[in-house]
Design a protein around this ligand. Structure first.
Ligand SMILES: Nc1ncnc2c1ncn2[C@@H]1O[C@H](COP(=O)(O)OP(=O)(O)O)[C@@H](O)[C@H]1O
Ligand SMILES: N[C@@H](CC(=O)OP(=O)(O)O)C(=O)O
Length: 453
């Protein structure tokens, strides 16, 4: 059995849904269909999830929600009309969406998640109706029926292990199941969403819990490329990428697959095949536990993600002070701030933090507390940094690769503020100014494509 997930671009119009239907019919193993909300139909269009976020804000500020509800439902009507469905699914969706505006929620964050989840919730119902109308046995199944349970709060959610015990009990109906991605319910039956792009996570949970042989993830590109095509023109396609390579690349900006979505499939040793709805016969990229590194480039991919802050501390004999790092991390923990990287030396230490985890007030309070408790000789905050991640299972097999990367960066006028080599066996992390991120990716990618680095 295969779990198959379609992203928003694959479900944006009736014409796209026709391709989806053909893909499902082409393989009887494709029994679990996970859908995102309708995405962009063209550049400049707005994803339904973003419209729903606006709707949540309108409800929170007590504005009339009906005009926005009309705009949102027009996306679904367009598809219903394309297939000339006999059943008026959209009328039901309208009644449901209106009823949500009249409910009460635990907090604004729960209200926002409940609304944003509706893009997928409504689309799974419409897709099931379309497939049925085309003569395919298909039915809508909600995350609740499947037993997906989430722990945590909006913004910080994890799968409750009970989910896998519940999924083990699930009995397949005599039909393919269409499941909405991106959200599920917590133990109090409240809707909580995954991070953006999180329908990939639903697919991965179902692949693990329902013991799929393969998780196929259909999107709008035929491959995962060695660099983001927005940053490098015509990048090289990757045939096979390992779990840990993809984790690092997805974390650092390869938005084609959500980095958190790898965890359930890693736990169950299930491969993920990234494929293109618009070119379904292309083999796509296989994300697998291992690969033969002998026949691969040393650099598999290079990714960049903007907006990090580095906290740099210098104090003589840092290395001799027992508990120094503990004190620093305790301060961050007290403010609920996680850190991403922490390269250190005998007298120096840099902590790299995702800027979205900090407000100006938090940053100020943290630096004041670090100054008071740790009394470093130097304490600096470096803002607006991008993380550049050079990733490859065979990265350190080439002894001159790192110096060549540095020369390529120098030639491109890129000045790394932080370099972290060796913490991971398969990656090299560089922090560069946000404004130099693209130049850094291009310089490193050029090295890997020209010289078989
Ligand atoms: N290295 C990469 N390889 C392929 N696509 C990438 C890469 N980095 C970023 N992307 C972007 O990811 C997009 C696909 O992800 P996404 O928009 O989330 O698709 P979907 O809506 O199907 O889930 C591509 O259109 C591409 O612009
Ligand atoms: N619709 C959600 C979840 C998702 O995974 O979407 P997509 O598959 O289009 O990236 C979002 O926009 O974030």
């Amino acid at each position: 059995m295969k779990v198959i997930k379609f992203g928003g671009s694959s479900l944006a119009t009736g014409a796209q849904l026709e391709k989806v239907s053909r893909i499902i019919q082409a393989d009887a193993q494709r029994r679990v269909i996970v859908v995102s909300a309708p995405g962009k139909r063209h550049a400049g269009d707005t994803k339904v999830t973003d419209l729903l976020k606006e709707l949540a804000d309108a409800v929170l500020s007590r504005q009339d929600p009906l005009p926005l509800i009309d705009v949102i439902l027009a996306r679904y009507s367009e598809i219903q009309t394309h297939f000339a469905l006999a059943e008026d699914v959209v009328a039901k969706l309208r009644a449901h969406l209106i009823s949500l505006t009249q409910q009460t929620y635990s907090s604004a964050a729960y209200l926002r998640d409940a609304f944003m989840a509706q893009g997928e919730h409504m689309n799974a119902q419409l897709v099931a109706a379309v497939l049925k109308a085309q003569g395919l046995p298909a039915c809508f199944v909600s995350p609740q029926t499947l037993g997906i349970v989430l722990a945590g709060q909006p913004g910080h959610v994890q799968v409750d292990p009970q989910t896998y015990r519940n999924l083990a009990q699930f009995t397949f109906p005599d039909a393919d199941i269409v499941v909405p991605g991106f959200y599920a319910f917590d133990a109090q039956q409240r809707i909580v969403t995954f991070p953006r792009g999180g329908s990939d996570i639903t697919g991965s949970i179902l692949a693990r819990g329902l013991h799929a042989d393969l998780y196929e993830n259909f999107t709008d590109v035929s491959w995962v490329y060695a660099a983001d095509p927005h940053l490098v023109k015509g990048p090289r396609a990757i045939n096979t990428v390992t779990y840990r390579e993809m984790r690092e690349l997805a974390y650092a900006g390869f938005s084609v697959f959500n980095d958190e979505a790898l965890i359930p499939v890693i736990e169950a040793n299930i491969c993920v095949n990234i494929k293109n709805t618009n070119d379904p016969t292309a083999p796509g990229t296989l994300i697998s536990p291992t690969k033969n590194v002998k026949h691969h480039h040393h650099i598999t991919g290079v990714a960049a993600k903007k907006d990090f802050t580095a906290l740099y501390l210098h104090r003589y004999l840092i290395n001799a002070q027992v508990g120094f790092t503990l004190k620093l991390l305790q301060i961050l923990s007290n403010y609920g701030v996680p850190y991403e990287h922490m390269p250190s030396g005998i007298d120096d230490l840099t902590v790299i933090i995702d800027k979205h985890e900090l407000t100006a007030a938090k940053q100020q309070a943290i630096t004041e507390e670090v100054q008071a408790q740790i009394q470093p000789d130097t304490l600096e905050c470096l803002d607006d940094l991008a993380i550049v991640m050079v990733v490859g299972e065979g990265l350190y097999a080439s002894i001159d690769l790192v110096p060549r990367i540095m020369v390529a960066l120098a030639d491109a006028g890129v000045t790394p503020a932080v370099i972290n080599q060796g913490a991971s066996r398969i990656s090299l992390m560089l922090a560069v100014p946000n404004a130099q991120a693209q130049a850094a990716v291009q310089a490193i990618y050029g090295l890997s494509s020209n010289h078989h680095a």
